[in-house]
Design a protein around this ligand. Structure first.
Ligand code: AP5
Length: 213
């Protein structure tokens, strides 16, 4: 059983690392951003309610997000644990998570502000499988095409520079205070996110394997 939170500001590399860790440890990545974008694309009732929040870089209402997580973690593939990517993001969400379960470890990725903006603006994602690429730091083998499933790569609507800066501001105001919440529980490990993808991954694997011994 392994329940982890991959924490950090927008475009710090949470999704990139969660996908790699999910493969290595065989537990699912639960990315609220991916779940919400899927709901918007399918125009579900949740998607219709949440679209304007995503478009403007604001956080969705806690009650909707907490329900989304409760539904997702109750699925059979979460029996042996999961990686939370993008949740919790407010003190209210963290308190609800505390009522639901006990988290083993929070991996907190730190990256300088301007590098975060560059990572977000150059990001491309697969329309079909949500794999993450970067035009400069992690390009696909064939431009505009997903290495994993061959589908088209697109830029997220909220990755325009102005919206990215808004998301960073929201992070500083509403999400960064959670660092103290996790520190008080003794479950936070800081990860240097400014190095390459493999270097970040190695730090995370070391922290997780320490937990298991
Ligand atoms: P969400 O999708 O969660 O966005 P985010 O937290 O802003 O995080 P990102 O997906 O932007 O970045 P990431 O850290 O996963 O980085 P990535 O690996 O892609 O949320 C979107 C929206 O949904 C929110 O604004 C909000 O509206 C709503 N929402 C979601 N969760 C919510 C919640 N709990 N409550 C309320 N609302 C919620 O990497 C970024 C780029 O950098 C990629 O191109 C990648 O290839 C590259 N890269 C990654 N690592 C490295 C590295 N080490 N070196 C070089 N390049 C790298």
């Amino acid at each position: 059983m392994m329940k982890l939170i991959i924490f950090g500001p927008p475009s710090a590399g949470k999704g990139t690392q969660a996908q790699k860790l999910s493969k290595k440890y065989g537990v699912p990545q639960i990315a609220t951003g991916d779940l919400l974008r899927e709901a918007v694309a399918k125009k579900t009732p949740l998607g219709l309610k949440i679209k304007s929040y995503l478009d403007t870089g604001r956080l969705g209402p806690d009650d909707l997000i907490v329900q989304l997580i409760k539904d997702r973690v109750s699925r059979p593939d979460c029996r042996n644990g999961y990686l939370l990517d993008g949740f919790p993001r407010t003190i209210g969400q963290a308190n609800e998570l505390d009522k639901m379960t006990r988290i083993d470890l929070v991996l907190n990725i730190a990256v300088d502000l301007e590098l975060l903006v560059e990572r977000a603006v150059g990001r491309r994602i697969c329309k079909n499988c949500a794999a993450v690429y970067h035009v400069k730091f992690n390009p696909p083998k064939k431009q505009g095409v997903c290495d994993k499933c061959g589908s088209e790569l697109i830029q997220r609507d909220d990755d325009k520079e102005e919206t990215v800066r808004k998301r960073l501001k929201v992070y500083m105001e509403q999400t960064a205070p959670l660092i103290e919440h996790f520190k008080a529980k003794g479950i936070l490990v800081d990860i240097d996110g400014s190095v390459g993808i493999d270097g970040v991954f190695d730090q995370m694997v070391r922290a997780i394997d320490k937990l298991k011994t």
